[in-house]
Design a protein around this ligand. Sequence first.
Ligand code: F6P
Length: 336
Amino acid sequence: MSREIKRIGVLTSGGDAPGMNACVRAVVRTATNHGIECVGIRRGWSGLINSDFVPLNGNSVAHIINKGGTILYTARCAEFMNPEGRAKAINTCKLLGLDSIVAIGGDGTFRGALALSRQIAESGQKLSVVGVPATIDNDIGCSNYTIGFDSACNTAIEAIDKLRDTMQSHERCSVVEVMGRHAGFLALYVGISVGATAVLIPERELDFQNDVVEKIRRARLAGTTHFMIVVAEGVGKAYDIAKRIEEEVGIDPRVTVLGHIQRGGAPTARDRETASRMGYRAVQVLLEDTGNRVIGTRGGDILDIEMEEALNMVKPLQMYRYEVLENLTQGARFRT
Ligand code: F6P
C-alpha cells in the first residue's frame, strides 16, 4: 500500500528529551525530499487545539540536530484528554489540511495519539497518526529504546562522578535521586555505570536492611570509606532514604536530587542517530499507509507496530542488570 501525502503536522509533547530536535529534523527533511509539506505544531497537543503552529522546511531545521530541548516547545495537555478538546484539534487539522501527524514523546503523548486517532476514525476523516518514542525514562513498552535515555544517563553519570570526588575526599555517603517516573531504567543504568554501592528501583520491593544497610556495611568492611546510593524517584524521596541511613547506620549522608538537569544538554551520538532513523521511519510508515502506528527499536533495528497493540505492550526491567550491579558492588555478598 502507498498513498499520497500532502502535509504532515509534527509535534513534541510531554517531558522534553535530548534528541527530539534531531527527530523533528529527520521528519521534516524526509518529508521535504518526498515533496510533502511540514507544519510544526507548537506546545504539544495544546498547539493542535489552539492552532499554534509554524511552517517548517528543510532550512528551518538546519543546525538543530545537536541541540537539547525542542524547538517546537512541549507541554502536557489535560484538555486533550477529553473529546471536546480533541474535537478542536481535529478542526485545526482540517483548517491546516493535515493528513498525517507525527507525535514525538512518551506514554502520555501516545495515549493522546490513540484517543485522537479513534475520534478521527469516528468522524470519517482520513488522517494517520504515528508516534515516535522520546523520553528519558525509557519506559515505552513497544520499544527497547527511547530517544533521550542515553543523553540523560550520561548527564547523570557526569554529575555523580563529580559528586564522588567530594564524597571520597570527605569520606561521606551520597544519596542521589534520579528521574525515571515509575521506572528504574535510568537509575539502574546509571548505578551500574558509576559503580554505586546500592541502587533502589521501583521494580524491586525495598528491603532496607539487605538493600542498603548491609551493602554500606559490607563496603565499609571491604575498606571503602565513601558510599554512593542511587535512588529512582519512583521509589520515594532521597531525603527519606538518607534519614533512614543516618538512623540505622549512624553516618550523615548528603542528598542530591539531580532533577531536570537530566533532561537538558546536547544529545549523544546514540540519541542523534536513533532519532534520525526513527524520524525517517515515521515518514516511510505514513507513505506506506499502514494506519496509526508507533515506531520502536528491537535489537538495534527500527520497527513499527500498530498503535493499539504498541500501547498494550510492556517492557519489564531486565533484572539480570540488577544482579550485575549486586555482583560488582564493593563488599558484594557473592565475593569469595
Ligand atoms: O517523563 C520524563 C520526566 O522527566 C520524568 O522522569 C519525571 O518524573 C517527569 O518527567 C517530571 O515532569 P515535569 O517536567 O512535569 O516536572
